[in-house]
Design a protein around this ligand. Structure first.
Ligand code: EPZ
Length: 451
């Protein structure tokens, strides 16, 4: 159920300068939960998912499934039951699809179930164009006819036949969508240069639990032997490495001591290596990762890359940390065209960052100062929260509707670690906030568009 909500008047108020300390459990991964929810369309029955994160992107995907005829029940503790036996439409509405790029994942599932899909193009967003050409070329290789009508992709597949598809780019979305469409194709599909991301592996594992025959997930070659029918199953979504990474950086940037539990440390190895290079202590053991910050840390250069490289989704949070390092770090963004859009907001807090195209030189400053800032996207929101935690004074972060898309209960989790963080509504963007009211429950916010 989606509430309309004036996100602009809701802000996160963070009083900086507190050392964060404690342990959090990693929530379920947004970028695994969303395609897995879409994949439930293939079950033609009931699917039970555990560790579904309580974020607004999940609300939108729920609404999309309901618009197609599915019944979705949320249970306490992050369990979701999706019954897709009564799905009777292959055309989700623009008003929902346009709200998140991951909604395009329903295309592969609808093609596999109905041989047809009519899905509005996801378009672009603030971090850069979000092309789907590789998804479409992959569908075509399986025998799908693709047309474009009124901005929507019209996919029509009288029959689906396995094929070998070599992706020109290691695209997460294209790998997921082609895998979905190929599950019920006749014969064998091979995806070459497939994305290695853990979220792709989780989707493949979920599809296998539904009866799909997929092997090679987590390697550059994924092989899918088509089956006639899939069935419902029970599955636990993998933990969110980006959310976990953001809280670990919160430990480092506040000179604190934060542990994230319930996740495979291998998922965070690239981040752990860079944190260690700055001098922070990172201890990865069993299913937990602990970061202990230090008072003064060294700069380090970072180049984002597909998994297992340094995640583009952690670029902005890590830049917030580097903005207080003792020296200059060079950061190169190789995945998205415009993923330094948040830099002007960090600059309001005193950060010294010079951007040239996909490169940024981040020169550490002595201190960050409080400011009124606006999050332009999910992960930039994470970066602004981190900067505010370390800054002197009390910052106001707007654009909470973006942060809520990817970070569940953010103020509660920060508070649990010892931060002073409060969600308030009715605040003019001026400090001090005289007549603020604390919002008591997490608002279910949906915004017009973003990653
Ligand atoms: C996924 O986006 C994630 N989103 C992103 O997380 C993440 O940043 C990204 O993977 C990279 O890891 C979801 O999983 C919902 P891609 P996706 O296809 O699938 C180009 C977040 O904050 N490309 O690997 O869209 C594309 O333009 C979000 O949680 C084509 O050119 O990523 C981009 O430059 C943000 N043609 C690059 O490839 C295509 O057909 C990587 O895209 C497809 C992609």
């Amino acid at each position: 159920m989606i509430d309309s909500f004036d996100g602009l008047s809701t802000r996160l108020i963070i009083e900086g300068g507190r050392r964060l300390e404690g342990t959090l459990h990693a929530p379920g991964a947004k970028n695994a939960a969303l395609p897995i929810m879409a994949a439930a369309i293939l079950a033609e029955g009931e699917t039970v998912l555990h560790r579904v994160p309580r974020i607004t992107d999940v609300d939108v995907m729920t609404a999309i499934l309901e618009s197609l005829g599915a019944r979705v029940r949320e249970q306490p503790g992050g369990t979701m039951v999706i019954d897709t036996s009564s799905v009777n439409s292959y055309a989700p509405p623009y008003a929902l699809v346009s709200r998140l790029n991951a909604s395009f994942d329903v295309t592969g599932a609808l093609i596999a179930r109905f041989g047809r899909a009519e899905v509005p193009q996801p378009g672009g967003c603030v971090i850069g164009p979000r092309a789907v050409d590789l998804h479409l070329r992959g569908f075509e290789a399986l025998g799908v006819e693709i047309d474009l009508e009124h901005g929507a992709i019209i996919a029509n597949a009288p029959s689906l036949n396995g094929a070998t598809i070599a992706l020109a780019k290691r695209s997460v979305g294209a790998t997921k969508n082609i895998m979905l469409a190929a599950t019920k194709a006749r014969g064998t599909t091979v995806i070459e240069n497939a994305a290695l991301e853990p979220e792709v592996v989780d989707l493949a594992d979920f599809l296998c639990a539904m009866g799909a025959r997929i092997r090679g997930q987590g390697t550059p070659t994924i092989t899918i032997d088509g089956v006639r029918k899939l069935h419902g199953c029970e599955h636990t979504v993998i933990p969110d490495r980006v959310v976990a990474g953001t809280y670990l950086i919160a430990g480092a940037i506040t000179g604190g001591d934060v542990t994230l539990q319930g996740l495979d440390p291998a998922m965070l190895e690239a981040l752990a290596d860079k944190l260690r290079a700055t001098g922070a202590a990172v201890d990865a053991q069993g299913v937990s990762v602990r970061v202990q910050g230090i008072p003064a840390w060294k700069p380090v250069d970072v180049v984002t890359a597909p998994y297992p490289g340094f995640a583009t989704d952690l670029q902005a949070p890590f830049v917030a940390y580097l903005s207080l390092a003792k020296g200059t770090s060079l950061v190169e963004e190789t995945i998205f065209d415009a993923r330094f859009v948040y830099v002007s907001e960090l600059a309001r807090m005193g950060a010294d960052i010079k951007v040239s195209g996909r490169n940024a030189a981040v020169t550490g400053v002595e201190r960050l100062k409080d400011a009124v800032v606006e999050a332009p996207d999910i992960r930039a929101g994470g970066a602004l929260v981190l900067a505010a935690l370390a800054a002197e004074g009390t910052s106001q972060i707007g654009g909470l509707e973006f942060i809520d898309r990817g970070y569940e209960f953010i103020e509660a989790k920060l508070t649990a670690l010892g931060a002073s963080a409060m969600r308030v509504s009715g605040v003019a963007p001026v400090l001090p906030a005289a007549d603020i009211t604390v919002t008591e429950t997490l608002p279910r916010i949906v915004t017009p568009y973003a990653p």
